[in-house]
Design a protein around this ligand. Sequence first.
Ligand code: FES
Length: 219
Amino acid sequence: MTISEATRDQMRDLAARYPKSRSALLPMLHLVQSVDNEVTADGINACAEVLGITSAEVTAVATFYTMYKRKPVGKHHVGVCTNTLCGLLGGDAVFAALSERLGIGSNEPSADGEFWLERIECQAACTHAPVMTVDWEYMDDVTPASAVDVVDRLARGEQVASTRGPVIRDFQATEHTLVYPLDGLVNEGEAVDGKMLVGLRIAQERGMSAASVPAGDAS
Ligand code: FES
């Protein structure tokens, strides 16, 4: 899709927020995905024009980071963490079940354009391993059956909530939030639960604390 003048204005606004305008490239690429569902050639060229750099430089960034996609993601991005802890606790089985349900492998869109499946790295959510994300919202403690059920409900058009509360929207809406995080949703759901605080509680019960950093050695 051709990048509209309104989107270019948003890009210029993002570029003006940084001392060095090219620092805005990462949110600009998320902006492109929020309107185009992928990082399109038009999006790359628009970023390059606004920032005064080459399309090759933009492409180098867009192809380095895995959150940027060079083909349409579809309606929902489904990630399954298969790093060490999630993998050991069932992440590989969750991925296999979703792969079979959707008929695709990692980093591939489903034939109907509804889902993108991907093996993802640690989401810093190991407390609730194995973890799956849908449009980057957490689905904690999933099983192969519960993961497939999430996809089935989304495919039927049902409203599905993350296990932490927020309602799943879609990939492009999440991409927009990554550019403009002050969308009023930041306090939706529970960010911290009892399971995440077990280590802290045990440390407090045992009177344990982190070693203090000597003055002048804070780096
Ligand atoms: S290994 Fe999966 S969230 Fe950390």
